[in-house]
Design a protein around this ligand. Sequence first.
Ligand code: GLU
Length: 421
Amino acid sequence: MAIAVPEQSLFAIAVEQFDQAADLIGLEDELRQILRTCKRELIVHFPVEMDDGSIKVFTGYRVHHNVAAGPAKGGIRYHPNVTLDEVKALAMWMTWKCAIMGLPFGGAKGGVCVDPKTLSPGELQNLTRRYATEISILLGPDQDIPAPDVNTNPQVMAWILDTYSMHRNAGVTVPAVVTGKPLLLGGSAGRLEATGRGVVYAIEEAAKAYGIDLTQARVVVQGFGNVGSIAASLLAELGSRIVAVSDSRGGIYNPNGLDIRTVLDFKQRTGTVVGFPEAEPVTNEELLELPCDILIPAALEEQITEANAGRIRARLIAEAANGPTTPEADRILADRGVIVLPDIYANAGGVTVSYFEWVQGLQHFFWSEEEVNNRLRAIMVRAFQAIYATAERYRVPLRLAALALAVQRVAEITRLRGIYP
Ligand code: GLU
């Protein structure tokens, strides 16, 4: 069964989370008003020429939630369920994510309402170039720097880089206008793996703090794309047993553990993990409720809801996806003592290495993968310690602690800058 489609407004969820954090830190009304709204919301409708000569009109978005801390930063997703509401929520979460990690960026997100699997490579390129042109009024290496997200990748970033450079800069290359680029175009070592790797660094810190032995841990991963598959591989290297994984078509379960390398080869050959031998088939819903120590939602939003939170058996949930848990589910999980490593921290390795990529590109000086990973780990550890200390201090779950830190930081930046004019 496919991954469930969200039912609740994602932006309403993001605002509810923000309000909880604002209450916790006693944020003044003026700053609440500023921070609970998105600064800019661009909607574009644009034609694309298809391979058969016909024209199709697509809808896309680019939203800046807040740019007090620096240029707007955030990915672009291609998915048939993309809406303005979703992109606004994801943009707000980017603001908090960058703040928690101490990155000099504001929060943005973009998306096109399309199922890219139905497009030829040529159509995908046409769509990307036209969308990039339409949103180029917002983009720029000091204004707004996109990156990959669901169903986009380094190739899509290369097309955006080229389109922006041609359209806005007379053909002169502007590498720093996107991150998550191919290495040959100024990408960073380690960026492709960074989100999954960051999830594992986050889990390692949580495991230390809460006494979970990763060499004995059973792990379930929903979503076997760039993030889920890397997190699964790295956890397997640490000795954990990956008992179930899934993709948009369904999941596979083997309580004795799956060999992730072989699953990856199988998926490469067949396009899905479904049908992998030596495993039972499970639906994406069933997979979330399997017995395990660590559950990693690495697919889409609103997967853990009040409908299934009471049946989750994991001790720790590490949110590799953005927004996989609803506020009702959060309350149920907290009551049941399930630890949630929140998305705005757990998956922040991606944007952190995007920051490294941007810095390296601006300096024309590139680091080794080891240096990238070491710096990523240092920032993930520092952020975990701050979040954990805040959670202990206020006796609140990690999400609320992380949000409180982030909101505090962006509020302070806004106070320092004052209100223009
Ligand atoms: N799309 C990723 C995220 O949700 C990465 C964003 C970026 O690198 O700018 O965090």
